[in-house]
Design a protein around this ligand. Structure first.
Ligand code: EPU
Length: 367
């Protein structure tokens, strides 16, 4: 415990009374909580926490926490509430925007569109914060956030200083970055870097690359009575609306049915394996990318008949087999039981091991 931490300018409170939130809405209790409102408080927080366990919380949209009032997460949770958006440069048609890590991702995407900026429209409606976006390199409908990031700003707890990473230094790949890599980021309760803000490289509307090849996007724009390239500068808005309507149709809304988005990554397998799967199951979605192929985890789970499967109040969404949901009173134990059943069944039926996408804290050996 660090009693002196109560002196901090940023608010600090002791759990379990403090309600912590993840979008899965599993019970979440922690030893204590610091609300980080100003990046200038980080030195003080860092010095006061010293070697004490810490855990950084953004929007909680990619997180499964195992905790209870009797057994709170043994760490100080730093709730990242850093806010603010600034335009850094407008070397037309490119525009660089800096956004603080605690801002809501979707609100930020909507703000860029309201400013006549394009580049993030395919990533509309993804839950979570701007600071969480680079950690797992969020991606949807043919765009990954790595494609739009210029620089990531972070606090380095080891150096006790602010640092920056170029996009290249972030080590981005499919749902991955250096901030997920334990060798670079440290253990779950001693993360080295806290992301404070992100600089994006966007475009004035009408100058951005149009990404509308993903199944359903172009068709949805057309069904709204437009073509993607009407030449009136509204393409980004149209794609955002198409993406939002596709997401609302396919994925459960975390505000209505708590969930953490895709619960498993789409597995990458050797091309030969994918071809033999395709020979046995011609309907299986297979996306070849060079030497490897990506399979659809949602399809594999669906084929196992697990859509709607439940353990207690934890279950597989009826709408999309890749999404696990909390029907009300689920706990982490039930949810992990659902996840393990899926992993075992998909392995037994198809010989493929599904890797979870959300981060589990505290981690477990087998997950
Ligand atoms: N499918 C089924 N049954 C299901 C669900 C999907 O057969 O219950 C099939 C679909 O018919 C389709 C294929 O699986 O042929 C792929 O489904 P979808 O287009 O919904 O995309 P996904 O691969 O399941 C990925 C991302 C999503 C992202 C969408 C759109 C991952 C792990 N997930 O899902 O990201 O929104 O593509 O780009 O890469 C997230 O990360 O939380 C997330 C929602």
């Amino acid at each position: 415990m660090h009693p002196s931490i109560f002196d901090l300018a940023t608010s600090h409170s002791k759990s379990p009374e403090v309600p912590l939130q993840t979008t899965l809405r599993l019970p979440f209790f922690a030893r204590d909580v610091v609300d980080l409102n100003r990046s200038t408080d980080l030195l003080e927080i860092s010095e006061r926490l010293g070697k004490g366990a810490r855990f950084i919380l953004g929007g909680g949209s990619n997180l499964v926490v195992r905790s209870s009032p009797e057994s709170p997460l043994p760490a100080t949770v730093i709730r990242n509430r850093l806010a603010g958006i600034v335009r850094l440069s407008s070397e037309q048609p490119e525009v660089r925007i800096r956004c603080a890590a605690g801002e809501s991702w979707h609100s930020f995407v909507m703000w860029t569109l309201s400013q006549g900026l394009a580049g993030l429209e395919n990533l509309a409606l993804i839950p979570g914060t701007v600071g969480a976006a680079p950690i797992q390199n969020i991606g949807a409908y043919g765009v990954e956030v790595a494609d739009r990031i210029d620089t990531v700003h972070a606090w380095d707890f080891e150096k006790q200083d602010h640092v920056t990473f170029s996009s290249k230094d972030c080590g981005f790949s499919y749902r991955w970055s250096r901030f997920k890599d334990a060798d670079q980021q440290g253990p779950w309760d001693m993360p080295r870097f806290l992301i404070t803000g992100v600089d994006f490289r966007l475009w004035q509307a009408g100058h951005a690359p149009v990404v509308a090849h993903y199944a359903g996007v172009r068709e949805r724009v057309e069904s709204m009575g437009h073509t993607v390239d009407d030449g009136d500068g509204l393409t980004a808005h149209r794609i955002a609306h198409a993406v939002m309507s596709l997401r609302r149709e396919k994925l459960p809304d975390p505000d209505e049915l708590p969930n953490a988005g895709s619960f498993f990554q789409n597995p990458e397998v050797p091309n030969a394996f994918a071809q033999s799967l395709k020979a046995k199951h011609p309907a299986a979605p297979v996306f070849a990318s060079g030497t490897a192929s990506k399979l659809s985890a949602g399809w594999l789970i669906d084929q196992c008949g697990l859509r709607g499967f439940r353990v207690g109040d934890a279950g597989v969404s009826e709408r999309h087999a890749l999404v696990l949901v909390n029907h009300g009173g689920a706990n982490a134990h039930d949810l992990l039981e659902v996840a393990r059943t899926i992993q075992r069944e998909v392995m037994r039926r198809f010989g493929v091991w599904l890797e979870p996408e959300p981060i589990l804290v505290p981690p477990m050996q087998a997950y």
